[in-house]
Ligand binder design. Sequence first.
Ligand code: AMP
Length: 176
Amino acid sequence: MSALEGLIRTIPDYPKPGILFRDVTTLLGDAQGLKAAITLMAEPFQGTPIDAVAGIEARGFILGGAIADRLGCGFIPIRKKGKLPWKTIGQEYTLEYGIDVIEIHEDALKPGQRILIVDDLIATGGTAEAAVKLLRRSGGEIVGATFIIDLPDLGGLALLKSHDIACHALVAFEGH
Ligand code: AMP
């Protein structure tokens, strides 16, 4: 087990039976773990021109702000519907039960800007795929997507790669 993997807490049956919740608060609370995660998530994109990191609410904000600082670029919050104060554009995506919507400000990016997507974990990839669609609709060019955790059995990274996104994850866990 890698040092980073050992800092992630697994909580069975949260938020519902059968789910193994991968809790990164234990990693975020560890000074060396937090620094290592940020460094390693940013590393493949050092030297690539990036205008902004787009972080997905809420854990993607914590990591994304720090990664943006490392890469010397701006930060764009991708939020759940109804949370942003200015005019927004939204993107629907399908959950196991029902539909959700993520939003960005309509002026969050300028056409042609190069964007790196950040979140803590990719599972089915539904959330990250919606982020790709939303940012591309605003004229953004997606440089890549970076995560702490991949759940490969759920196929999220493969889905993003099918959209020509360069993907990066630090730790993979089998199962759901
Ligand atoms: P998905 O859209 O299926 O790729 O789900 C990704 C989002 O749901 C991320 O924002 C994760 O933080 C959260 N998520 C999904 N599955 C888990 C899990 N097993 N443990 C922790 N977070 C999860």
